[in-house]
Structures are given as structure tokens and as C-alpha cells.
Design a protein. Structure first.
Length: 182
């Protein structure tokens, strides 16, 4: 399951605890909508049940066809041999001519497109939600490089936790695809 997310310089403000009559304030500067785009996949090794998180970071950029094609090449390199089935949404970049060319050149790669407006079917959405709206909520990061470093750190922590990655699969209704042996 693959998807993209944007980590914004403007923080995602969440409820928090504070002393009575002391409203917490999250200071930030809103100069320009800088962001770090991340294209990632929650990958299941069907034979072993191990779940991986692959991420490509694109600071101050959007995900376009070129980035999507480069990500597919990375997936192919990370998982040599055997078929690869990759599901993602209907973003125009995912259907671009350069992406279609990658698929045509690598017959072991099959792309599946999720129905429109169905993020609940994508395990990667759980990773993004956990990272962006929980672990990085209320941040006060002011530099793009620091935002990228923080996103890398939190995604690395989530990617290292098999329990969290498995819960993202379960949240997308894919629990039956994961072998019970750990």
C-alpha cells in the first residue's frame, strides 16, 4: 500500500492539557506554505509476515510523475525477484506516462488503484495519521530542514515498530493477509 503525505510548516493543532486559565499557545511563523512531501509504502512480505515502511522525502516539492516513477524503481530494487502488487490512490502522478512506462518495463510490478475517496482502505494512511496528527502535532518547527529531520525521525520510529505497522494493516481491513507467526 503506497501513498503520499505533506508535512507542513504550519502545525497540526491538537488538544492538550494545561493548567486552568492557562491556554496553551503554539507559536509559529506563517511565511510561506513550505512542506516536506513524502511518498511511502507499507510493504508486507507475504512469506514471512514482516512489514516494512519505505519512504522517499521531497522537501519543498509536490509528488509528481517523476517522483512516483523513482519511487517505483526503489520498490523494485528493495524487493528483487518475485511479483510486486502495489495499491495506491488515483493521484494523477500515479497514472502519469512515466509511471506507465515503469510498469511496462517491469512486468513483475502490478499497480492497483483504490476507489476514490477511500483512504480507510490504505494502510499507509494510518502511518501518516499517526505521524502527522499525533507525534508531530503542535510542533513549533521553523526551518524546512528541521521539519524534514523530524518527519524522518518519527517515520523511522513508526517503521521500526512491527506492532504499529501491523495495526495500520488491520485498520485498513487487511489483517487476514498477515501470517499469525511473528
Amino acid at each position: 500500500m503506497a501513498d503520499e503525505v505533506g508535512f507542513m510548516m504550519t502545525p497540526s493543532v491538537k488538544k492538550t492539557w494545561a493548567r486552568r486559565a492557562r491556554t496553551p499557545v503554539v507559536p509559529y511563523r506563517n511565511r510561506r506554505q513550505k512542506k516536506v512531501s513524502v511518498l511511502g509504502a507499507v510493504a508486507l512480505h507475504a512469506a514471512t509476515g514482516v512489514v516494512d515502511l519505505l519512504c522517499d522525502f521531497h522537501p519543498d516539492s509536490y509528488v509528481r510523475g517523476e517522483q512516483a516513477a523513482a519511487f517505483l524503481h526503489r520498490v523494485l530494487a528493495e524487493y528483487p525477484g518475485g511479483p510486486i502488487d502495489l495499491a495506491w490512490d488515483n493521484l494523477a502522478a500515479h497514472k502519469s506516462p512515466i509511471v506507465r512506462e515503469v510498469v511496462a518495463d517491469h512486468p513483475r510490478l502490478t499497480l492497483h488503484y483504490l476507489p476514490p475517496y477511500a483512504p480507510d482502505l490504505n494502510a499507509a494512511e494510518g502511518v501518516w495519521s499517526l505521524t502527522k496528527y499525533h507525534r508531530m502535532a503542535n510542533h513549533t518547527i521553523e526551518e524546512l530542514a528541521a521539519l524534514e529531520a523530524e518527519a524522518r525521525r518519527h517515520l523511522g520510529d513508526v517503521g521500526a515498530d512491527q506492532g504499529l505497522l501491523r495495526s495500520c494493516f488491520r485498520g485498513a481491513g487487511l489483517a487476514l493477509l498477515i501470517p499469525s507467526a511473528q
